[in-house]
Design a protein around this ligand. Structure first.
Ligand code: TYD
Length: 139
């Protein structure tokens, strides 16, 4: 990791070390090293219409590590008090989204592939999908 930018406590933009040579570049992530949680699940989002934002939820307990391995998107983030943004526009940039961070993904560039590593299996009960509920829980 080269530089971290804290967006909110528990939500950090991380620049990974890319191992680059004449053949291209490689980024490697290991649980407990670059990624500060055990990885129980991976999923990726692709083929997104640039006009179709996604996300619009927070998690009660889940940690996620999001990387645009191709393309870019804009993350709109809230801790329930303030809104901030982060742009994922490089395969060596990751956003750690900890619990109780509202996240929305906007402005997907054509061809974007958003890879997410998650700390637990999919569990709908961990989602907070209503922003008013989230704000109340965050208070
Ligand atoms: P959704 O939460 O709407 O995606 P996004 O956060 O990108 O807006 O999930 C889309 C669908 O995929 C929904 O039916 C739930 C399902 N899903 C799984 O089955 N497993 C998963 O790990 C994830 C993230 C979603």
């Amino acid at each position: 990791m080269i530089a971290d930018t804290e967006i909110f406590p528990g939500c950090t933009l991380v620049r990974h070390r890319a191992i680059a040579d004449a053949r291209g570049a490689l980024v490697a992530l290991e649980a407990g090293r670059e990624v500060p949680f055990g990885i129980a699940r991976a999923y990726w989002v692709y083929g997104v219409d640039p006009a179709s934002p996604r996300g619009f939820h927070a998690h009660r307990a889940l940690h996620q590590w999001a990387v645009c391995v191709a393309g870019s998107c804009r993350m709109r983030l809230s801790d329930g008090h303030e809104w901030r943004e982060a742009v994922l526009d490089s395969p060596d940039l990751a956003l750690h989204i900890g619990p109780m961070i509202w996240h929305e993904m906007h402005d997907f560039a054509p061809g974007t592939v958003l890879l997410v590593l998650a700390s637990a299996p999919y569990d709908e009960a961990d989602y907070i999908r209503d922003f008013s509920d989230f704000e109340a829980l965050a208070r």
